[in-house]
Design a protein around this ligand. Structure first.
Ligand code: ATP
Ligand code: MG
Length: 289
C-alpha cells in the first residue's frame, strides 16, 4: 500500500502488511529469548511496525524499522540524538505520516487512516513528552479531567473521581488544586502521566520523560513509571537514557541508530554484552544511574 504524505516528502510503495497470524509467528520467533515478556500461546503483538520509513523531503530519518511490541511488554528505546527515536514514536501516535511501511495496532493498520480514525487511534495511545504540556491556567485536577471530559465525554463527577485516583497514584493527591507554575518539574511530569493514564490507553509512549528535570526530581518520575510498568500491566514504549530504569524495568531494550534498530534484547544482554560496536560505544558514553 502506498501512503499519503505531505507533498514534499518522498513516498515509497511498500508491500502489504503480513497477515496477522503469520506476522505474530514471525514476531514471536524474532523476540524469543530477547524479552522478559511471558508469551501466551496464540498471542499477537499490540503494536507491529513493519518496514517503517520516514523521509523528510530528502532526509531519510527512519529506514526499515521493524518492531513488534507484546501486550504488557515494557520496551525501552535507546540511541544517540538524531537516531529517529522521537520520529518513530510520533509515527506510532500519528503525529507524523510515514513515507514507507506499516504500523498496526491489534492487527489493524493505522498508517494512512482518515482524521476521524486518527482520533480513535490516539485515544488508545497515551503520550508523555519531555516537556509536560500541561495547561498552565488549570489546576492539576482540571488538567487530568479535561481530556476525559472532552474526548471520552465523561461527566464532571466521573472524570473527577478518576482524576483524583490517578493523582493519588502518582503521589500528588495533596496537590490537586495547584496550578502547574506552583508545581516542580517532577510534579508536573507526574501530573502529565496521571493525565495520560486517566484515559486508560492500551499503550503508553514516553519520550524522554525525565530529561528536562533536575536530577533530584528524576527519581520520583521513574518510580511512578516503574509502578505503572510493574502493577498495571500497561504496554509501554519508553525512550530514555535512564539505564538503571531500563535494566530493572524493561522487558526488552532496543538500540536505534541512523534510523534503524541496530540491536535489541534482554537488558542484561544489551548492556553487558552488546553485539554491535555502535551500541557498545553509545553505552560507554552514558553513565548508569
Ligand atoms: N519535521 C522535520 N523535518 C525535517 N527533519 C526532521 C523533522 N523532525 C525530525 N527531523 C530530523 O530527523 C532526525 C531524527 O530526529 P528525532 O527527533 O527522531 O531523533 P531522536 O532520536 O529523538 O533524537 P534526540 O535524542 O535528540 O531526541 C534528526 O536529524 C532531525 O533533525
Ligand atoms: Mg527525541
Amino acid at each position: 500500500m502506498s501512503i499519503k504524505v505531505k507533498s514534499k516528502d518522498k513516498k515509497v510503495d511498500t508491500p502489504v502488511a503480513l497477515p496477522a497470524d503469520e506476522a505474530a509467528k514471525e514476531a514471536f520467533l524474532r523476540a524469543k529469548g530477547r524479552t522478559r515478556h511471558h508469551f501466551v500461546e496464540g498471542e499477537h503483538p499490540v503494536i507491529r511496525i513493519e518496514h517503517l520509513g520516514k523521509t523528510f523531503i530528502d532526509t531519510p530519518v527512519l529506514r526499515d524499522v521493524n518492531l513488534a511490541v507484546w501486550p504488557g511488554e515494557v520496551v525501552v528505546v535507546l540511541g544517540p540524538s538524531g537516531s529517529g527515536k522521537s520520529t518513530m514514536l510520533r509515527c506510532i501516535n500519528l503525529l507524523e505520516t510515514p513515507t514507507a511501511g506499516h504500523i498496526l495496532i491489534n492487527d489493524h493498520e493505522i498508517t494512512g487512516v482518515g482524521e476521524k480514525q486518527k482520533q480513535k487511534v490516539r485515544r488508545n495511545l497515551g503520550m508523555v513528552f519531555q516537556s509536560f504540556n500541561l495547561f498552565p491556567h488549570l489546576t492539576a485536577l482540571e488538567n487530568v479531567m479535561i481530556a476525559q471530559r472532552k474526548v471520552l465525554g465523561k461527566s464532571k463527577e466521573e472524570a473527577e473521581v478518576e482524576a483524583r485516583e490517578q493523582l493519588d497514584a502518582v503521589g500528588l493527591a495533596d496537590r490537586a488544586n495547584y496550578k502547574p507554575p506552583q508545581l516542580s518539574g517532577g510534579q508536573q511530569q507526574r501530573v502529565a502521566i496521571a493525565r495520560a493514564v486517566a484515559m486508560h490507553p492500551e499503550v503508553m509512549l514516553f519520550d524522554e520523560p525525565t530529561s528536562a528535570l533536575d536530577p533530584e526530581l528524576v527519581r520520583g518520575v521513574l518510580d511512578v513509571m516503574r509502578e505503572l510498568a510493574e502493577n498495571s500491566g500497561m504496554t509501554m514504549i519508553v525512550v530514555t537514557h535512564e539505564m538503571g530504569f531500563a535494566r530493572d524495568v524493561a522487558d526488552r531494550v532496543v538500540f536505534m541508530e541512523g534510523g534503524v534498530v541496530v540491536e535489541q534484547g534482554l537488558p542484561e544482554d544489551v548492556f553487558d554484552h552488546p553485539h554491535n560496536k555502535r551500541t557498545a560505544s553509545f553505552l560507554g558514553s552514558i553513565k548508569e544511574v
